[in-house]
Design a protein around this ligand. Structure first.
Ligand code: GDP
Length: 381
């Protein structure tokens, strides 16, 4: 059982885990066994995915969140209605991808901008097809961003310059420079240069789309600095080169330690996760097929002939930690495992606090709106 396991780690740790992760002084009642899965729907951040028709919105969504292979997207039907894809049930990252048909008119009075851009909308991703003439896209980007900013100035505006697999390296730089320049010129001409746009070069044919999504998602996690800090402590005490915290379903990395991310390592970790999930699906499914193949016992070790070790441990239902380390440093696996458990506990506390805080906020809001209601009544009278 896991108790035996913990006791074992404790014993190993007592023998040589000096300077491991600090234990925080919270009582056992503060532990939330299913952290991450439990978060009121009202506090779910919302990401919008927008862009002209055929810019690649459905393909991105299918490739990142539904494991479709990039070639299959050639046969996707074009989006022609607003679709909401709530991926929160399978992913740690609780957000919705709203896929808009390109031709929606934001100035149409029936278009409910307050509802769409307001409140929970935290990031707006605008897709520009870099292989197409992008003038119309730029116009749409400008009108969309200005409209959304009026409703909600807190939105993060992210621009994916997409389908760059068809461009040479020089063309990529040139395209990004031009789009950046034109988009910002238009904003300053219309006097809205307080709007900040971030640009990413993306393609579904390599890992750039996952990288870009990771960066977008990381901006929306208020606990990110704490998570990075915990990862730093974890790797330095365990002699690990690099550690990523992955959302298993999407292969978006939610956090990593503060050493620079090298694309090759990231890709290696993504492929590693794919292998584990595929093997688990083939050989690890229970009879009742309801349960996911990825569970709290999931872990895996792959030794590469470059004397590097890839080590995966399950963090919770959605998250996995993937570490890259040198073979000789894996001799003390017990130490790594013990430190990992400390890391997992600390993370659990961080998210437990968030969930409780949002519940409190909600309660306060309810009582506030109740007061608002009674004041309004008095005015009417
Ligand atoms: P939507 O109308 O915005 O949802 O666009 P779709 O997702 O239907 O994509 C339109 C076409 O673009 C499809 O044929 C995709 O295969 C193609 N596409 C999407 N992403 C990429 C990419 O990164 N590179 C290339 N070369 N083609 C892409």
């Amino acid at each position: 059982s896991s108790y035996d396991e913990e006791a074992q780690y404790e014993a190993i740790a007592n023998s040589y885990a000096v300077g491991s992760l600090p234990k925080f002084g919270y009582g056992a009642e503060d532990f939330d066994p299913e952290f991450g899965s439990y978060m009121p729907a009202e506090v779910k951040p919302k990401i919008l995915l927008l862009g002209l028709r055929r810019s690649g919105k459905s393909s991105i969504q299918k490739v990142v969140f539904h494991k479709m292979s990039p070639n299959e997207t050639l046969f996707l039907e074009s989006t022609n209605k607003i679709t909401k894809d709530d991926i929160s049930s399978s992913s740690f990252i609780q957000f919705q991808v709203w896929d808009f048909p390109g031709q929606i008119d934001f100035f149409d009075p029936t278009f409910d901008a307050d509802n769409i851009f307001g409140g929970q909308c935290e990031a707006l991703i605008f897709i520009i097809d870099a292989q197409d003439d992008y003038m119309e896209s730029l116009e749409k980007l400008h009108s969309t961003v200005s409209r959304a900013y009026k409703v909600n100035p807190n939105i993060h505006f992210e621009v994916f310059i997409h389908k760059v697999d068809g461009l040479s390296d020089d063309q990529k730089i040139e395209t990004q420079r031009e789009i950046h320049q034109r988009a910002n010129d238009e904003l300053s001409e219309s006097g809205t240069d307080s709007i900040h746009l971030s640009f990413y070069l993306t393609s579904i044919y390599d890992h750039s789309i996952f990288e870009a999504f990771s960066k977008v998602v990381q901006k929306l996690i208020p606990q990110l600095p704490t998570m990075e800090n915990l990862l730093n402590i974890f790797i330095s005490n365990s002699n690990i080169e690099k550690a990523f915290l992955f959302d298993v379903v999407s292969k978006i990395y939610v956090a990593t330690d503060s050493s620079p991310v090298d694309m090759a390592s990231y890709e290696l970790c993504c492929d590693f996760i794919d292998v584990i999930i595929d093997i688990s699906y083939i050989y690890g499914m229970k009879e009742d097929a309801e349960t996911s193949a990825f569970d709290n016992q999931s872990s895996s070790i792959i030794r590469l002939n470059s004397s590097t070790i890839l080590y995966l441990r399950e963090v919770n239902k959605y998250l996995a930690m993937v570490c890259l380390l040198r073979e000789e440093n894996f001799a003390r696996q017990g130490l790594i495992d013990y430190n990992f458990i400390c890391f997992r506990d600390a993370l659990q506390e961080v998210f437990g606090i968030r969930a409780r805080a949002s519940m409190m906020r909600e309660r306060n809001q309810n009582s506030l709106s109740f007061n608002g209601g009674s004041i309004a009544k008095e005015w009417d009278g």
